[in-house]
Write a protein that binds this ligand. Structure first.
Ligand code: SAH
Length: 596
């Protein structure tokens, strides 16, 4: 007599998604015990097994019968659940029956829990990639759990910005819970929050809708449905729900919300947990990186294709017919967090959620519907404001007074970083940077945004002695400085032919000489094979230089791919304002990946 218990999750319902071990376990079994609908789903896999199928509510009876047949009759018994047997399935119940009987692993009948694909995974896969980050499952069935507890969990998950998969969302009898869940979540999330509704995933009558938190109740939701509610950074692209892998919490001048452009999000530094960022990349990871053909960040320009609307939805039916929250233009579909709910570090968020839940334990005695849930605006997340500071376009001297003010605004938590670009970067945790920027500006400091923006890097004009070029440098800074670009763009401006501040080594180099200007375009400013810009013109009249550079910059802004450096753009288009690109003298040298 060698009885054994299997508790098997057979996945969403299609044979392709049943694991190999689940199939083997079914084959090894003498008896299959399960809810009749589930037994029907796997009936084709059965050979000569005896089947004990019961109604849905007879779960305890099923578990007892399984244990009895394994223990007393020495049979190999498979208890089956859809999805994963450990997620609102039979696994826990079988253990409870065993525990009741004093079972131990050493003395009792062997048991094997065979994992399966749960609805959160199968439905998530159909919807795109809505889970991705911290997520939770909540069953809306109050059959075995008091509604007060369920409501509190929805509340906590909403507050903590979890992606939420609602199981058992509605039945013929239970219709109120999903309405109440929506109401609670609307207190924390924008009505535009993407919501995916998947009915019968990977089964015959599969039906998929991508909608919003505001409109979710207008769609059919039943016992075979899982509802997945996005977090504050989930967006819809081409009918797919996508949650980015993390949160950005840095912001810069005149941008209180992160733009979340794909090419910006996909940078290594935005993934502090990644192996590379932590400097722990192993040998294999390293060698695969160093064999990349060119500058690694630029290789990531592959994300460009992400911003291009996909013409064809190659996936089978359902999502194509589903109403979606946005059109397929990249900018329109990137749902930014609501203004009142700026993003922050997930850890901070989790801590806030924990505190709130603990507080609620003491306060909430009635259902969450009137439990005084905090409104969205109660978030005061810690955001790190960052901007570049310099004493002037030409002036390079910081006064002690400016220095002291900088130190004060940085305070104990902020930082000041000295850069190679005539700037100090100020980073300081604050949700209201206005008082900081006002104070620094009042002291004559120039503040510029960080990131892919234009910067004018002028020389000090021999300490202001060779001053004829200064007004042009300042005009360029006023007109173009800080403007957003597809990739950072630096204009070097030097006041005499010595060009000792290296203007010819910037993306655009301008050298003032004998009352006129020389222009250099397309230096490769980084890398071991860096080279200076191509000298495209000499003796440009004074009155023409600013508008000429403006036209070049405008074209770059309009035509360059996201993340495309100026020299690559110039080479690609071959011509700018009549100046032809030509092969610069290059060192034949192997390109190195970032950090190698
Ligand atoms: N053990 C199962 C969950 C059982 S609770 C699992 O891990 O998936 C039953 C709920 O699961 C349903 O109300 C529905 O919300 C969800 N569910 C299970 N299978 C599903 C499927 N194929 N498609 C959509 N939702 C499903």
């Amino acid at each position: 007599m060698s009885g054994k218990l299997f508790v098997i999750g057979f996945g969403p319902g299609s044979f392709e998604h049943i694991t190999k071990r689940a199939r083997e376990a079914i084959q090894e079994s003498d008896v299959i015990i399960g809810y009749s609908t589930y037994v029907d789903l796997i009936r084709e896999l059965l050979t000569d097994q005896e089947v004990v199928s019961t109604g849905m509510t007879e779960e305890v009876a099923r578990a007892r019968e399984a244990v009895r047949q394994a223990e007393v009759e020495g049979k190999k018994v498979a208890v089956i659940s859809s999805g994963d047997a450990g997620v609102y399935g039979m696994a826990g119940l079988v253990y409870e029956v065993l525990v009741e009987k004093g079972w131990t692993e050493a003395t009792g009948v062997p048991i094997e829990i065979v994992p399966g694909i749960s609805a959160i995974n199968s439905c998530g896969a159909i919807l795109g990639a809505p889970i991705m980050h911290d997520a939770c499952t909540i069953s809306l069935s109050d059959h075995l759990t008091p509604w007060e507890l369920i409501a509190r969990r929805i509340d906590a998950a909403g507050m903590a910005d979890f992606v939420i998969a609602l199981y058992n969302p509605r039945s013929g009898r239970r219709t109120r819970q999903i309405v109440e869940a929506q109401r609670i979540l609307l207190q924390y999330r924008s009505p535009d929050t993407p919501v995916g509704i998947v009915k019968s995933a990977f089964r015959e009558r599969e039906h998929v809708v991508v909608t919003t938190l505001a409109q979710m109740l207008e769609h059919d939701i039943g016992m075979l449905t899982t509802v997945i509610i996005g977090n504050t950074s989930t967006f819809v692209y081409d009918g797919k729900m996508i949650t980015p892998r993390g949160y950005q919490r840095k912001y810069t001048l005149s941008a209180d919300e992160q733009p979340l452009k794909p090419h910006q999000r996909l940078r290594v530094e935005n993934e502090p947990w990644s192996l590379e960022a932590a400097g722990e990349a192993d040998e294999t990871a390293h060698s695969s990186i160093s064999s990349a053909p060119s500058d690694r960040k630029e290789a990531q320009g592959g994300s460009v294709t992400l911003a291009t609307p996909l013409i064809e939805n190659t996936d089978s039916g359902p999502t194509a017919t589903a109403p979606v929250t946005a059109t397929a233009t990249a900018t329109a579909v990137l749902v930014a967090p609501p203004a009142t709910q700026t993003v922050q570090n997930p850890l901070d968020w989790a801590m806030q959620a924990l505190t709130a839940v603990n507080e609620a334990k003491g306060i909430v005695t009635q259902p969450a519907s009137n439990s005084g849930i905090r409104p969205v605006s109660s978030f005061t997340p810690e955001m790190i404001f960052e901007c570049a500071v310099s004493p002037g376009v030409a002036n390079k001297k910081i006064t002690p007074q400016q220095m002291m003010a900088l130190a004060e605004v940085a305070g104990e938590k902020g930082e000041l970083e000295y850069t190679p670009h005539h700037q100090i970067i100020l980073r300081v945790p604050t949700a209201s940077p206005d008082s900081i920027t006002a104070r620094l500006r009042q002291l004559g400091l120039i503040l510029s945004p960080i990131g892919d923006v234009l910067q004018v890097k002028a020389c000090d004009f021999c300490d202001g002695e060779k001053k004829d070029g200064i007004p042009f440098a300042e005009e360029l800074h006023q007109k173009l400085g800080g403007k957003e670009m597809p990739k950072e763009l630096k204009i070097g401006f030097n006041g005499c032919g010595m060009a000792c501040y290296g203007a010819v080594k910037e993306d655009i180099g301008i050298v003032f000489r004998k009352g006129k200007f020389d222009l250099f375009l397309g230096a490769k400013t980084v890398g071991r094979n860096a080279h200076s810009g191509i000298p495209v013109a000499e003796g440009i009249p004074k009155e023409e230089i600013v508008s000429l550079v403006e036209r070049i910059v405008t074209r770059f802004k309009q035509e360059a791919f996201p993340n495309e450096r100026f020299h690559k753009y110039f080479q690609r288009v071959g011509e700018l304002e009549g100046y032809a690109w030509r092969e610069p003298a290059k060192a034949e040298i192997e390109n190195a990946a970032c950090g190698d």
